[in-house]
Design a protein around this ligand. Structure first.
Ligand SMILES: [Mg+2]
Length: 391
């Protein structure tokens, strides 16, 4: 079959706040080929992604994403990998390419797996999908007391692992940070798996992270996430070498395989967190999972939006039993929460699994798509480049 259409839907909450909460908007992607349809999501700013899809060509390797997608042959996983590589080749000088490609690549895997009537992970070559231990992923409270209450509430909900991040962390004194982490540990209890996300607060300066590392030891963090920006590889290396007892996690900012590989090999990151909606789709996320296996470190999904994106983030690594943890957003905005009718929820053992169904196993609720749709028209030089299609 050939790819007949790629439709991009910009969805947003009515009011976008300054919270670091990526579930406030999304770019939903629908691909059609033959009699099949697949869906994906870009974890990126929607409008620039649409522009990267349809903008005029600037030169031979600065072409819009659509060039390598529309009309392409889609019969095998190799076809998806070829399209992925060709989009990158033709979009060499167009920086938004990877983010736009991500949602399209996810939709291509969903579509092809539906056509084959298998879940995506099987199309990737895995036979078994192992359940994962979901960690509740949330923002830190504004005060240690609020963080404590959030941690307590998440235990009551049955979670055995939780991540707290962003918010006030790293913005005050060392003592204030320690108070937050202590509150999270006390709220979660001795046995809970505690993860702390520094939200790139220290940029590329290892000193503030080093000042806190020793003090964090008593709270037995499974990882400290993103103390630095993704490209600050020297800072990651310095902290890792000085404090090997504090495992570092990063990777959500990686928008290509090379950056993910650098974080592991040069930065010494031990938990590689990959968002299929950013790194270039399921194709590239799966490549990163193979890297994690060969390097002996741990792969874990990154996702902070809908259950469609959650399923896409799980498929590349559900086949590996030892990669036990999974990010599980617990406080998404209504747009992300309601986007799919089917939900991925913890079972009686508190574990989550990908749906036992073809493709990603869930589809968007079109009423919700209509409710949050931001219609787009892009005109340049009097020529209509893009108009939001019919839902
Ligand atoms: Mg994070």
């Amino acid at each position: 079959m050939r790819i007949e259409s790629v439709d991009l839907f910009y969805l947003a909450m009515p009011h976008i706040t300054d919270e670091v909460d990526g579930s406030q908007d999304t770019l939903l992607v629908r691909v059609r080929a033959g009699r099949w349809e697949g869906w994906g999501e870009c974890e990126a700013a929607p409008l620039p992604c649409i522009a990267a899809y349809c903008c005029p060509s600037s030169h031979g390797v600065c072409k819009p994403v659509k060039t390598a997608v529309e009309g392409a042959v889609l019969d095998t996983p190799e076809d998806i990998r070829r399209i992925n590589a060709e989009v990158r080749r033709l979009g060499l000088d167009l920086l938004q390419t990877d983010h736009t490609l991500s949602g399209i690549d996810v939709a291509l895997w969903d579509l092809l797996a539906r056509a084959r009537e298998v879940p995506v992970y099987q199309l990737l070559g895995d036979r078994v999908a192992y359940p994962k231990l979901p960690y509740a992923s949330m923002l830190l409270g504004n005060t240690p007391e609020e963080t404590f209450e959030k941690a307590r509430a998440i235990c009551v909900d049955g979670f055995r692992a939780a991540k707290f991040g962003w918010g006030p962390l790293g913005k005050g004194t060392v003592d204030e940070d320690v108070a937050h982490v202590r509150a999270a540990r006390e709220g979660l209890g001795k046995e809970g798996i505690l993860l702390i996300d520094a939200g790139v607060v220290w940029g590329d300066d290892p000193a503030p992270a080093i000042a806190r590392a020793q003090r964090l030891r008593e709270f037995r963090l499974t990882w400290l996430e993103e103390p630095f920006r993704s490209e600050s590889l020297d800072a990651y290396r310095t902290l890792t070498d000085l404090h090997p007892e504090l495992p570092l996690a990063a990777g959500e900012g990686a928008n290509n395989f090379a950056l993910a590989r650098d974080l592991v090999r040069r930065g010494g990151v031990r938990y590689l967190q990959i968002d299929a909606g950013r790194i270039g789709g399921i194709t590239t996320a799966h490549q990163a999972r193979l890297l994690a296996e060969s390097e002996g470190i741990t792969y874990v999904n990154h996702t902070f939006t809908s259950n469609l994106a959650l399923s896409a983030s799980l498929q590349p690594y559900v086949g590996v039993e030892r990669f036990r943890l999974a990010e599980y957003p617990t406080e998404p905005k209504p747009l992300a929460r309601d986007l799919t009718v089917e939900k991925i929820v913890p079972d009686a053992n508190g574990l989550i699994s990908v749906p036992d169904a073809p493709g990603l196993g869930l589809v968007p609720n079109l009423d919700i798509v209509r409710q949050y749709l931001v219609p787009v028209r892009i005109v340049a030089g009097g020529r209509l480049l893009y108009k939001t299609p019919e839902v």
